[in-house]
Design a protein around this ligand. Structure first.
Ligand code: PMP
Length: 362
């Protein structure tokens, strides 16, 4: 096999090698069916087993009780930006949005079409360098939900713990940090995540929904845009993205073997520390975008002293087998995305290169 390189892209992102190998092994003959999983009917028994197992695994790993359901939808997290307010708002209903980045802003914009939406807090004035503290949040106690983005992929900030809004449920976009750490699901009415970072390949959107919250949804909506449709049909109302769900199942198996979320967060912390330590020890050569107390374990954003050095860094990193390090245009600089599947060696290799580069390019 050709040499695997370290892939720091923000998404689609690196996948665990054992997962890719297993998919490769059974690619042409799925579970002795004589056909590929790409060719199988979503109503056939061998696929149904995958579907059930994926849901059960996700619930077990996340510690979700019987009060939660898991859905496999399509349209990405971006469709959820609209589907959430369509289902849970009306011109008379309120929702609060916490704006910590571009994706949160997009979610907010969609919601303004369906209800009375208020910004509960925003860190835009600093170009999203921090997560607001609980005392900065202005929450209306009569709102249907509070929306937040758990990890801001572009800016490299992450909620370190989730606030408590009492009776008001949280709706969270967890696209870029789901399964990276344990959390208490009880505060959440709904969680959504596009798969292409920590879950698997693009094409499936995981939606976790609390049953009592689901019951408060509107009825007068197009069939495909109602959560109820998919809840009733167990995510098989129409053809689901079979291959993406199959790969998600393999990723979940890999995560179980790693020791679940408790083990995962330790590994993620170790990887992130290696890179943040190098930023902190560089005496201002590398400047992190995020304020220290809001730093993300998934996306590390930083600048170099000059733009031409950033170009050189990216080119030389590529020569050493490290790709996807260019930052998003709204932040500039560099971004290292180190999701669950990034091996510890990848973080070490990047930090070692950062050290070497700053010594050679003062
Ligand atoms: N939310 C977050 C936090 C993201 O990082 C992304 C994509 N990078 C999205 C939403 C949009 O996801 P999708 O492309 O699946 O619609």
């Amino acid at each position: 096999m050709s040499k695997r390189i370290y892939n720091f892209y923000a998404g689609p992102a690196t996948l665990p090698l054992p997962v890719l190998e297993e998919a490769q092994r059974e690619f042409l003959d799925f579970k002795s069916t004589g056909i590929s999983v790409l060719e199988i009917s979503h109503r056939a028994k061998p696929y149904d087993e995958v579907h059930q197992q994926t849901e059960a695994r996700l619930k077990k790993i996340l510690g979700l009780g019987d009060d939660f359901r898991v859905l496999f939808l399509q349209g990405g997290a971006s469709t959820q930006f609209a589907m959430v307010p369509m289902n849970f708002l009306s011109p008379k209903k309120k929702a609060d949005y916490i704006i910590t980045g571009s994706w949160a802003k997009k979610a907010f914009k969609e919601a303004t079409r369906y209800g009375q939406i208020k910004v509960a807090a925003s860190s835009e004035e600093t170009n999203f360098t921090y997560i607001p503290s609980p005392d900065q949040l202005k929450i209306s106690p009569d709102c249907a939900y509070v929306h937040l983005t758990s990890n801001n992929t572009i800016f490299g900030t992450q909620w370190q713990s989730f606030p408590d809004f009492g009776e008001v449920p949280i709706v969270a976009d967890m696209s870029s940090d789901i399964l990276s750490r344990p959390f208490n699901p009880e505060k959440f009415g709904l969680i959504y995540a596009g798969a292409q970072k920590n879950l698997g390949p693009a094409g499936v959107t995981v939606v976790i929904i609390r049953k009592d919250f689901a019951e408060s949804a509107n009825d007068d909506l197009p069939t495909m845009l109602k959560y109820e449709t998919h809840l009733k049909a167990n995510s098989l109302f129409n053809t689901p993205p079979v291959f993406s769900i199959y790969l998600l199942n393999l990723v979940l198996k890999w995560l179980e073997n790693k020791g679940g979320l408790k083990a995962m967060v330790e590994i993620n912390q170790e990887k992130a520390d290696i890179i943040y330590d190098e930023i902190d020890e560089s005496a201002g050569y590398y400047r992190g975008h995020s304020q220290e107390e809001s730093r993300s374990l998934m996306n590390i954003t930083f600048c170099l002293p000059r733009e031409e050095l950033e170009k050189k860094f990216i080119a030389e990193a590529e020569e050493r087998g490290m790709i996807g390090l260019k930052g998003h245009r709204s932040v500039g600089g560099l971004r290292a995305s180190i999701y669950n599947a990034m091996p510890l060696e990848g973080a070490k290799a990047l930090a070692a290169f950062m050290r070497e580069f700053r010594k050679e390019n003062p």
